[in-house]
Design a protein around this ligand. Structure first.
Ligand SMILES: [Zn+2]
Ligand SMILES: [Zn+2]
Length: 324
């Protein structure tokens, strides 16, 4: 084939007579970003992306390339905004350079709009059964919330509207119902306890009732290693999440239904076995250094270190392995 302009024998496009710039068509780029959170509106949807990713997406979407140009690589430079398209034309490597305008428009995203407007669909009421929440539990709850929000980056309702500290616990207000549900499930998965879900009508839209959901999360009174009385049995909590404990006398597993907390793990003292008979162990209390007589709950040897539980003016031994 000959070039219709210069008559040169060619295979494909004649590079002598082709204006490279015309091989690629690329219009100005318009990016919409939220000034509050920095997310981008892509194809009508708000997404958490890097500017580079949005630009790449737009270039692939908007760029038109002459069929004789086989694109191999696209490079984007920002100062000044330049798009370099490298590829092959008639087996020759060429580079086409484009300088489209990059317009960055600001628009508040749906999430930020809702957040600023105090929008919420669910409330998580974090409480502890029969006791105050511990600082550690609150810190962990905050971490779990951050984790859930992070994993829901493209969810336009993934935000905390407000946090209210009350004397009975903490209330978290979430943009979306599913955020409240996910966080409450993660909490009881980790701490045990239970969720009570309820809903109230918050308004109407398009003839449908809108609901607000409340997740009441009640963490158990006990934790692993705490000592409780369940149905008259003194037990060490072995799995707070599954409500399991072990009877200190017969080592049987007990399911906790209505336990009464008698000692937190950290309050239980140690002692050294100095004497014992069939029923009673004589111990030196590690704190008072006094001799204590405790009910024998397992076989010990002189010199063993055991835990001592004081309950109703009586002492009980707890084997070390139950408290690990
Ligand atoms: Zn030519
Ligand atoms: Zn935003």
């Amino acid at each position: 084939m000959r070039c219709p302009k210069c008559g040169k024998e060619i295979d494909g496009l004649c590079l002598n007579c082709t204006n490279l710039d015309e091989l690629v068509w690329l219009d100005d780029l318009e990016v919409i970003t939220c000034p509050r959170c920095g997310s981008f509106k892509v194809e009508g949807k708000w997404k958490v992306l890097r500017l580079e990713e949005v630009i790449d997406h737009l270039i692939f979407k908007l760029m038109r390339v002459h069929p004789e140009l086989e694109v191999e690589d696209i490079l984007v430079e920002y100062e000044p905004f330049t798009v370099r398209i490298r590829g092959l034309v008639s087996n020759t490597t060429v580079e086409v350079v484009k300088y489209p305008n990059l317009k960055i428009l600001k628009e508040t995203c749906i999430r930020c709009n809702r957040e600023a407007g105090g929008y919420y669909e669910s409330i998580l009421q974090l409480r502890a059964d029969g006791r105050a929440l511990e600082r550690k539990e609150i810190e962990r709850a905050n971490e779990i919330i951050d984790e859930v929000l992070l994993s829901e980056k493209d969810n336009q309702k993934a935000f905390v509207t407000k946090v209210v500290e009350r004397k009975e616990g903490i209330d978290y207000f979430f943009g979306g119902r599913d955020i409240g549900r996910k966080v409450s499930r993660k909490l009881i998965n980790e701490f045990g306890g239970e969720i009570k879900e309820s809903k109230t009508i918050s308004g109407r839209m398009d003839g449908k009732d809108l609901y607000r959901f409340t997740y009441l999360v009640r963490l158990p009174i006990y934790k692993n290693g705490d000592v409780v009385i369940e149905n008259g049995k003194i037990c060490v909590v072995t799995n707070a999440r599954l409500k399991k404990a072990m009877d200190i006398k017969n080592r049987q597993t007990v399911t906790l239904k209505n336990p009464e907390l008698i000692a937190k793990k950290g309050e239980i003292k140690k002692g050294i076995v100095v004497q014992m008979d069939e029923h009673v162990v004589e111990l030196i209390h590690s704190v008072t250094k006094k001799v204590v007589f405790a009910e024998k709950t397992a076989e010990f040897e002189i010199g063993d270190e055991v835990f001592i539980l004081e309950c109703d003016d009586k002492f009980y031994t707890i084997p070390k392995e139950l408290m690990s």
